[in-house]
Design a binder for this molecule. Structure first.
Ligand SMILES: [Zn+2]
Length: 106
């Protein structure tokens, strides 16, 4: 993963692209939120053959960037309840701890 254009030219390009939305996240804007964009995201990822042109970019904040990246690369929480809660217990209903397997009630 990475930008094709690097160095100072890349920085300039990024600034110019961010300026298109006044430095705000486009995705949040559509949802009625105002958040600063920190990323110039490729709508079609370069890794998937997308072009590094303005038309293929949008400005996103970090949370939105994580969201769309997960969608693009198919990592968008396919497992329901993935992860652990604050006490470190798995939240997935499929986890043995939550099915009562451990403890003998399965
Ligand atoms: Zn956003």
């Amino acid at each position: 993963m990475g930008e094709r254009i690097r160095g100072s030219a890349g920085v300039k390009l990024r600034k110019r692209r961010l300026a298109r939305t006044g430095g705000l996240c486009e995705r949040c804007g559509k949802a009625g939120r105002v958040r600063l964009a920190t990323r110039v995201d490729h709508i079609k990822p370069l890794a998937l053959g997308g072009e590094d042109v303005d038309e293929n970019t949008r400005n996103l904040c970090e949370p939105c960037h994580l969201d769309v990246t997960a969608e693009q690369f198919g990592h968008a929480s396919p497992i329901e309840g993935r992860g652990v809660d604050r006490s470190g217990r798995p939240t997935s209903p499929d986890h043995p701890w939550n099915r009562g397997v451990i403890g003998g009630a399965a």
